[in-house]
Design a binder for this molecule. Sequence first.
Ligand SMILES: Cc1cc2nc3c(=O)[nH]c(=O)nc-3n(C[C@H](O)[C@H](O)[C@H](O)COP(=O)(O)OP(=O)(O)OC[C@H]3O[C@@H](n4cnc5c(N)ncnc54)[C@H](O)[C@@H]3O)c2cc1C
Length: 396
Amino acid sequence: MNFEPSPAEQALRTRLRGWLRANLPEVRSAAGHAKPHTPAEKVAFARRWQRKLHDGGWAGASWPREYGGQALTPLEQLAFAEECFAADAPDMIDIAIGLNLTGPTLIHHGTPAQKERFLAPILRGDHVWCQGFSEPGAGSDLAALRTSGNVRGDRIVVNGQKVWTSYAQHADWCILIVRTDPGATRHRGLTFVLLDMKTPGITIRPLVELTGLAWFNEVFFDNVEIPRDMVVGELHRGWDIAITTLSHERGTVVPYQRLQRHLDGIASLARRLGNARRSPARDPLVRQRLAQLAIDVELLRLSTYRSISGVTRSGRPGPEGSMLKLLWSELEQRMMDAASALSGAHAQLDEHAPQAHDAGRWQYAYLWSRAATIYAGTSEVQRNIIAQRVLGLPRG
Ligand SMILES: Cc1cc2nc3c(=O)[nH]c(=O)nc-3n(C[C@H](O)[C@H](O)[C@H](O)COP(=O)(O)OP(=O)(O)OC[C@H]3O[C@@H](n4cnc5c(N)ncnc54)[C@H](O)[C@@H]3O)c2cc1C
């Protein structure tokens, strides 16, 4: 495999680097501080950042040109992500449901009117979207969902509950799956709809997670009326649309640079801890552990390139995305375990405690990393997909 960038990719990198150099400082100073932290801060910051990207022509760069993107190839998308990371550009991943999930889903399946109405505001960052898929009895087994959608004339009347809905409290719109035909077989009776979050009858209750922040929510629907023209695809055929959304959720561009940065930080911590006589950086067991993590990061980087070659050939994300998701999410947890072990008793300190190592970065990242093997499909579910759809093994 040739790892040298093509002239087109090199030109893209140079153009993007210049743009980031010119625009990042302005965005950072507008935020008032370096890193937005709470969900509300992050949403406000991401809206501004996305508007900036849009004005520079960089928002949704992977989207087709006819919808305002730059039709970047998968390899160019990786170059885009690498340059943004190298410049320490803000991370959009947490609230990119509009850009990464809704946009591609509407581009594939939306009506001309839906595309006209929703795609441009997503690119500009005018609309924040949330994803109303999971329910108390339907997570991994999404087709078990029970939130009902009764078709009444030109409306669908929704009753029921979603859960773990990230950013629902800040969202303008929601991609929602409801059961419109309770008599049909599980996957057949579902409909994919676009819901205006200001519609009467919606109650949102934030859930506080392990880290102490409330990113996700319970969302209750009490006779919420959705116009029929907000159905994506056909009535009762929403499962096919959801599959498109989910295939984009696992992604092909994975955060291997973020993990490399974590690893550099952990190695630096090992060097700073201890004293001249006894330092973890000289402990053979610590060194072996960090060496293994370094090998794993390199494997992740190479697997990302391999996956991108596959997507370039097939034109769409496939089940191989599950391998990357499994690799990076479990590696991140192993890294945070290593950081906590190095920190010793300090690992228990809250990120604001003055004695915490590296301003408590490891404590927060350790707690947050628990979520990585759950969202976008748990590790067990990824292993099932790899077994059945990548390796062709029979169902367990
Ligand atoms: C931080 C975070 C943000 C999220 N944001 C959203 C969001 O915005 N919108 C949304 O809709 N959802 C969201 N989710 C929900 C997420 O998609 C679900 O948590 C996930 O799909 C797992 O579903 P569950 O929690 O119901 O667990 P369950 O499906 O009940 O699973 C429980 C356990 O059983 C295992 N298990 C289940 N089925 C199998 C099987 N067939 N084989 C082997 N083991 C199995 C699982 O791996 C898990 O360990 C979010 C979750 C997290 C953690």
